[in-house]
Design a protein. Structure first.
Length: 638
């Protein structure tokens, strides 16, 4: 039988190169009907560029490069974990520093490859030990350049993996102070997790679709190599093969045997960890969209080869977690809206509140105005609401604050026009009729659209209406355009061929497609002054539970949609479609404050607020508790 040639991308690291090298040396690839060839890259970033360009169909890289690649929209799927290698991402410094504690590293220079897991470990180090980032100078370097610079004394330390870390550490007297899972500081020794570190195998979707048997053959090849490496009788030969292939001393390979765990599986812990990596990259604006591991993974090939290696039922971390301190109870309000209720419903259904020591009771309200009445009457202390409703309460003197964001809804409200009305550019809206709900989010979007594109406001006929009325009139042909949110938006598109014009963050105008920020809106977690003062730990526990809800939603959006739909009593596909238009996050950054400021000013100008909002809503937003939960979530304060 003719062999199928398969070129696989890897790097000159023990984590990525070992199993392919063993397989080729022992002929395991040919035994499975493939002729394996490796193409070695200097870094994971360079490798994923080749995959994105279509030069490679299969590759293996660290979790960070893979996450960046998948988030970019490149059609790839993770098919297996190669290693759990957190102990192999090591932080070394020159012995001259005599490091006793993390603070001893301040005001020194360290080399690491930016955009790699090493950088996430460094970020975790700085955050865990509350160090000033400005006093930890970081230089972007490739592994070989790190070895050279450290040898010359141009840098004081580095975070790297084997064999580069071994080479550099041997070049001058050095001290290992940390790895991704453990501290070696004399003053702070012991387990201390800075981040996650996995390497994964992934393939382009066309290969998975057109030649699944080749992908399966590659996985069987690697499993043969792993068995050869794990067998005490052949482990020595296996490590010698790796050393010879990488042109390093066998002792270096031996040193890593307890640091690198070859897995070749897919488990829930992997999904949880990669979701955390993706969330960190997203928070740092390294990727444009939140991670969606379910969409980025295909467990089919591994399940076909070794079904026992696919286990997505439970997380090692969560099952081993210590019980949280009891922080009391909260009644939390919400409405059955995807943007407002999702995270709260997930936290309740999955028991994330209980994991954080909180006894949460959800109180459902039919609409936001009804919920707001309960807050004003003192019957509800905390919950989720849209920004305009919370701003209205604050302007009315109700002692309530925005304590955290829940979701950016700016892309949820959209202006659409009937295709048969020939509206393809903003000016075409003049002389036409658009329907929307006056005094709400859609009103703000239409006003911003008219001002941004310098339309004559009086020449655009604008009619007020409730969602059901707007959809009916649009379908009938009474309106040329409407501004609406789901599910009405989806219903209108379903019944009438429509052209999308704009949402708050993006233009769909022909020739002007792309990001265009004209209006920002958010659903938020509100809390009264009373509950912030009397139950701060309970509010913080709720915030931590909501962060877990976000991770759960990103890891399995389909299951999340099923849970939320059951509570809302709607179809799961309606909820799932809604997720695609929302950006769930608790973050309070400058954009959030600016959006809230603009929204409040708009409604004040409309006469909807009794008092003028303070600049940047200073005093109406209280990020104190969120900042204590995770300082990285609060990046701006007016």
């Amino acid at each position: 039988k003719q062999l199928v040639k398969l070129v696989v991308g890897d790097s000159a690291s023990i984590t990525l190169h070992s199993l392919p090298a063993i397989a080729m040396a022992k002929g395991f690839d040919k035994a499975e009907g493939i002729e394996l060839e490796t193409r070695t890259f200097p870094s994971g970033a360079a490798m994923v560029e080749a995959v994105a360009a279509g030069e490679l169909q299969v590759a293996q890289a660290g979790d960070t490069p893979f996450t960046s690649l998948a988030a970019s929209g490149t059609p790839v799927k993770m098919i297996a974990q190669m290693t759990d290698s957190g102990a192999n991402y090591t932080f070394w410094v020159t012995k001259e520093l005599n490091p006793q504690k993390p603070e001893d590293l301040l005001d020194h220079t360290f080399g690491l490859p930016f955009g790699s897991t090493s950088q996430l470990v460094m970020n975790g180090f700085i955050e865990t030990y509350n160090l000033d980032p400005a006093r930890m100078k970081q230089v972007d370097m490739k592994p070989n350049d790190i070895v050279a610079a450290y040898t010359k004394g141009d840098i004081d330390g580095f975070i790297l993996w084997s064999p580069g870390s071994n080479r550099a550490a041997q070049a001058r007297p050095s001290v290992k102070v940390h790895d991704a899972y453990q501290s070696y500081f004399p003053d702070k020794p012991g387990p201390q997790r800075l981040g996650t570190a996995h390497t994964v195998i992934f393939a382009r979707e066309e290969l998975l679709k057109e030649q699944p048997e080749v992908v399966q053959a590659y996985l069987r090849t690697l499993l043969r190599a792993k068995k050869f490496l794990d067998d005490p009788a052949t482990a020595g030969e296996a490590r010698q093969i790796v050393a010879d292939s990488l042109k390093i001393d066998k002792s270096i390979v031996e040193e890593t045997k307890d640091q690198i765990i070859f897995q070749l599986d897919i488990n829930q812990q992997l999904i949880d960890d990669l979701t955390l990596v993706g969330n960190e990259l997203y928070k740092a604006n390294k990727i444009k969209n939140p991670p969606d591991l379910k969409a980025w993974m295909d467990s089919g090939p591994l399940a076909a080869v070794a079904p026992e290696l696919v286990n997505l039922t439970g997380s090692k971390t969560s099952t081993n977690a210590a019980p949280a301190k009891d922080v009391g109870s909260l009644v939390v309000g919400y409405t059955p809206s995807v943007s407002i209720g999702t995270l709260l419903v997930l936290a309740d259904a999955q028991g994330f509140d209980k994991e954080e020591g909180l006894d949460m009771t959800l109180q459902r309200y039919a609409t936001s105005p009804v919920e707001a009445e309960a807050v004003a009457a003192g019957d509800l202390q905390i919950g989720g609401m849209g920004d305009t409703t919370i701003i209205g309460l604050e302007a009315a003197g109700v002692p309530v604050k925005m304590a955290a964001q829940l979701v950016d809804v700016s892309r949820q409200v959209e202006i659409i026009c009937r295709q048969d009305r020939n509206i393809t550019k903003p000016k075409d809206l003049e002389g036409k009729t658009i329907g929307y709900g006056f005094g709400g989010l859609a009103h703000n979007l239409v006003a911003k659209f008219i001002s941004t594109y310098e339309l004559n406001d009086s020449s655009v006929k604008q009619i007020d209406g409730k969602p059901a009325e707007l959809v009916a009139a649009y379908v009938k042909g009474d309106f040329d355009c409407i501004a609406l949110w789901p599910p009405g938006l989806f219903q209108a598109k379903e019944h009438v061929p429509s052209l999308r014009l704009h949402n708050g963050r993006e233009s769909f105008i022909a020739g002007q497609e792309g990001p265009k920020n004209i209006m920002g809106s958010h659903s938020n977690l509100f809390a009264t002054d009373k509950v912030i003062k009397e139950q701060p730990e309970a509010v913080q526990a709720l915030m931590r539970a909501l962060l877990k809800s976000i991770d759960f939603l990103h890891a399995d959006p389909d299951q999340a949609a099923e849970i939320v739909a059951a509570d809302f009593k709607v179809k799961p596909e309606e909820v799932r479609d809604g997720f695609d238009l929302l950006d769930f996050k608790l973050t309070m950054d400058e954009e959030f404050y600016q959006d809230m400021n603009d929204t409040a000013q708009f409604f004040y100008d409309l006469g909807r607020l009794k008092v003028a909002p303070p600049p940047m809503l200073k005093g109406w937003v209280d990020p104190t508790l969120l900042k204590q939960v995770d300082p990285s979530l609060v990046t701006y304060e007016p």
